[in-house]
Design a protein around this ligand. Structure first.
Ligand code: FAD
Length: 341
C-alpha cells in the first residue's frame, strides 16, 4: 500500500493536536487538515485554556486522569523550553475557593498539578465569603498563540491545510484512506450525533496586568484566569443555547462577579466580550468506526465532544486517536496484502 492518506476534519485544538500526533506515530502517512474555520475563528480560540479538568460522567476516571496527565506533562515540557512564549504556554498559581467544603476534598487531578494543598486560614482572608479553598499551580495555554504554534509545527512536517466545509464524510472517501473527525460541535450536523449539545460560554478578555494569580469559584461559574497578555473573566454555562451573540446583561454580571472575587478588576481596561459553544457530551467520543455504503468501506476515527475541558485533555485524547488511526492503517494493509495473495 502507498503512503496512507489521512484527512483530519477540524482545526481547533483537537484537530491540530491529533494531526500532530498522527505525524509522530505514523511518519509515513500523508496527513491533511480540512476545516471550514481556522484560528482565530474556532471555539478553541475563545477558551481560557486553563489545565483544570472538567469531569466527563460517562468516561472512567482513570482514563480521564491519564489524558490529563499526558497533556500536563507535554505542556509542562513546552513551558520549560525556549518555545514557551511563542507557544503561549505558562505556569500559573492560584486558588479554587468554595462557600462550603466540596464532597471530594481531593479531586482526581490533585497529584498531577503542582503543589496541591488546602488553603491556609491566612490565605482565605482574601476571600471573606468563602470557607474553604485549594491552592495549586497549573498550566495555561494562551489559545490563539498555541493554535498558531501547532499549525506551524504541522506545516513544518509537510501537513497540508485547506479551508473546506465537509458536508458528509463520504465526500472524502475517494481521496483519503482514513478520516479523523475532530469537528467539535460541528459533529452534531456532520455525523448527526444527537448526544452532542452546546454549552454556551460567554467570557471577557481584559487588560489587567497586575492580576497574576488565578481565582476560581469551585462552582465553576466564576473565574479569573491571567494569561500572558490578557486576563479571562468568566463565565456562563448555558446548556443547549446555540447563540453566539454576546449578551450585555451577562457581561455586566460576569464583571461584577469577578470584581467581588478580585476588587482590583474594577480598574481593568479594554474589555472584549467573546462567546463559544462547548462541544458537550456525557463522554468524549473517541472511537473507530467503519462506515459502509454499497459494499464500500470508509474507516473513521472520531475524536470530539470535549465539552468544557478540551485544552485540559487534548494531548491525551490526540495520542489515543492517533493510535486508533494506526489500527485502521494496519487493518487496511492487512486487507490489501490478503487481496494480493
Ligand atoms: P473547535 O475548536 O470548535 O474546533 C472544531 C473545528 O472543526 C473548527 O475548526 C471547525 O471549523 C471545524 N469544523 C466543524 N464542522 C466542520 C465541517 N463540517 N467541515 C469542516 N470543518 C468543520 N477547556 C479547557 O480545557 N480549559 C479552559 O479553561 C476552557 N475554557 C473555555 C471557556 C469557554 C468560554 C469555552 C466556550 C470553552 C472552554 N474550554 C476550556 C473548552 C474548549 O474550548 C473546548 O473543549 C475545545 O476548544 C474543543 O476543541 P475542538 O477542537 O473539539 O473544537
Amino acid at each position: 500500500m502507498a503512503a496512507p492518506k489521512v484527512a483530519v476534519v477540524g482545526a481547533g485544538v483537537i484537530g491540530l493536536s491529533t494531526a500532530l500526533c498522527i505525524t509522530e506515530t505514523c511518519p509515513s502517512c500523508s496527513v491533511t487538515v480540512l476545516s471550514d474555520q481556522f484560528s482565530p475563528n474556532t471555539t478553541s480560540d475563545i477558551a481560557a485554556g486553563m489545565l483544570i479538568p472538567h469531569t466527563y460522567p460517562g468516561t472512567p476516571i482513570h482514563m480521564q486522569k491519564q489524558w490529563f496527565k499526558e497533556t500536563f506533562t507535554y505542556l509542562f515540557a513546552i513551558s520549560n523550553s525556549a518555545e514557551a512564549s511563542e507557544a503561549g504556554i505558562h505556569l500559573v498559581s492560584g486558588w479554587q475557593v468554595f462557600k462550603n467544603a466540596p464532597k471530594e476534598e481531593l479531586p482526581f487531578w490533585s497529584d498531577v498539578v503542582l503543589g496541591f494543598r488546602p488553603m491556609s486560614e491566612a490565605e482565605l482572608q482574601k476571600f471573606p465569603q468563602y470557607r474553604f479553598g485549594q491552592a495549586f499551580t497549573t498550566l495555561k495555554c494562551d489559545c490563539p498563540p498555541y493554535l498558531l504554534w501547532l499549525e506551524k509545527r504541522l506545516k513544518a512536517t509537510g501537513v497540508q491545510m485547506y479551508t473546506r466545509k465537509v458536508a458528509d464524510l463520504w465526500e472524502l472517501h475517494s481521496e483519503y484512506n482514513v478520516i479523523v473527525n475532530c469537528a467539535g460541535i460541528g459533529a452534531h450536523q456532520l455525523v448527526g450525533d444527537k448526544k452532542l449539545f452546546p454549552i454556551r460560554g460567554q467570557v471577557l478578555k481584559v487588560h489587567a496586568p497586575w492580576v497574576k494569580n488565578f481565582i476560581r469559584d469551585g462552582d465553576g461559574l466564576t473565574y479569573i484566569y491571567p494569561g500572558i497578555h490578557r486576563v479571562t473573566l468568566g463565565g456562563t454555562r448555558e446548556k443547549e443555547s446555540w447563540s453566539l451573540s454576546p449578551d450585555p446583561g451577562t457581561t455586566k454580571d460576569i464583571f461584577d462577579r469577578c470584581c467581588s472575587l478580585e476588587p482590583s478588576l474594577r480598574g481593568a481596561r479594554d474589555i472584549k466580550v467573546k462567546v463559544g459553544l462547548r462541544p458537550s457530551r456525557q463522554s468524549v467520543r473517541l472511537q473507530r468506526e467503519v462506515l459502509s455504503q454499497g459494499g464500500v468501506k470508509l474507516p473513521v476515527v472520531h475524536n470530539y465532544g470535549h465539552g468544557a475541558g478540551g485544552f485540559s485533555v487534548h494531548r491525551g485524547t490526540a495520542k489515543e486517536a492517533a493510535h486508533l488511526v494506526g489500527e485502521c492503517i494496519a487493518a487496511l494493509q492487512g486487507s490489501s496484502s490478503r487481496a494480493k495473495l
